[in-house]
Design a protein around this ligand. Structure first.
Ligand SMILES: NC(=O)c1ccc[n+]([C@@H]2O[C@H](COP(=O)([O-])OP(=O)(O)OC[C@H]3O[C@@H](n4cnc5c(N)ncnc54)[C@H](OP(=O)(O)O)[C@@H]3O)[C@@H](O)[C@H]2O)c1
Length: 296
């Protein structure tokens, strides 16, 4: 696309026909490929942010007990006017549980904060505490219909087998730090035989390392009439990775979801693959192993 001087890729409207693609998870549930993450958004602001997101087309929201804003998400779900069954709400339990009772308590706390009858996707946030006990408890609640799906987050080959080796229910996703600067190709391949979807947290690398000014992303974006953020996010989508970018700004919400009216070429994909540093950039551990049930 020619880029005229008055053209501004941020001034975009949602193309209703291409607004969303879905991933069919290993239990048959359909999950939007793009959701809104609400980490670091205050309890007070969350309801407004989530209502804005839903009004511009988001249907998937990612929160966690650790974000202390589940109540704002639940309030927005009730106030937004979109039927509950059209929304996909993910939360993550406080993860340092060692017993079934502790796990049930943290789940109960999240459910009360959200004020919802069910959660679409419940994740174990980190592999700490006793993930096996937590998983078996989530399996029971899944079978009772409290969650439509269950999954994990931040599990790597040193911890993932603790879940799947004697699981009745295989996780539907593993949510890990993944973005153009840390593409996680090995981990994505590792998950394929289990039919577990990769879900990217911090899909914009938290805006670090001048990602939005990255020359390759900017120039590929100019070719397609898109921003560097959109190119970075579309790269994930074309690699079949679910994304949950966070923003509190309505215009960026529109930008971050407006991804389905262009396709990166093979040359674009090749160029973006070269941006992979092979290392995480957010400072959170990317192969956390604090699994030791004896250690409490
Ligand atoms: N499972 C886990 O352990 C874990 C860990 C971290 C995050 N997460 C989840 O992943 C979600 C996303 O990750 P994240 O919040 O860490 O980071 P991110 O989505 O990679 O980046 C968010 C940052 O980018 C900015 N931004 C967003 N869209 C933009 C755009 N189009 N142009 C320019 N700047 C833009 C935001 O600023 P503004 O808000 O000011 O627009 C914010 O500073 C979280 O909210 C959370 O739900 C999960």
């Amino acid at each position: 696309m020619a880029v005229g001087s008055l053209w501004n890729p941020r001034h975009q409207h949602i193309n209703k026909e291409s607004v969303m693609e879905y991933k069919v998870l290993n239990n048959g549930l359909r999950m939007p490929m793009v959701g809104l993450g609400v980490y670091n958004i205050s309890e007070r602001e969350t309801q407004r942010v989530v209502e804005d997101a839903i009004s511009v087309g988001y249907r998937s929201i990612d929160t966690a007990a650790m974000y202390y804003n589940e109540k704002g998400v639940g309030d927005a779900v009730r106030a937004c006017g979109v039927p509950r069954e059209e929304l996909f709400i993910t939360t993550k339990i406080c993860d340092s549980c060692y017993t079934k009772e502790e796990t049930l308590r943290t789940v109960d706390h999240s459910m009360k904060q959200l004020g919802l009858d069910y959660v679409d996707l419940m994740l174990i946030h980190w592999p700490v505490g006793n993930p096996t006990v937590m998983w078996h408890t989530l399996e029971e609640l899944y079978e009772q219909g409290v969650f439509k799906a269950i999954g994990v987050s931040n599990f790597y080959p040193n911890t993932f087998p603790k879940i799947v080796d004697d699981a009745k229910v295989i996780p539907v996703v593993n949510q890990c730090e993944t973005h153009v600067l840390y593409q996680q190709r090995k981990m994505t391949e590792y998950l394929k035989p289990y039919n577990v979807a990769m879900e990217a947290w911090s899909p914009l690398a938290e805006g670090r390392n001048s990602i939005f000014k990255n020359k390759a992303l900017v120039s590929i974006g100019e070719k397609h009439g898109k921003t560097s953020a959109q190119v970075a996010l579309k790269f994930m989508i074309q690699n079949d990775i679910i994304i949950i970018p966070k923003t509190t700004h309505r215009e960026r919400m529109i930008e971050n979801i407006n991804l389905f009216d262009f396709t990166l070429t093979d040359d674009d994909l090749r160029e973006i693959r070269l941006l992979d540093t092979g290392r995480n950039v957010t400072g959170w551990p990317s192969d956390a192993l604090i699994y030791n049930p004896e250690n409490r």
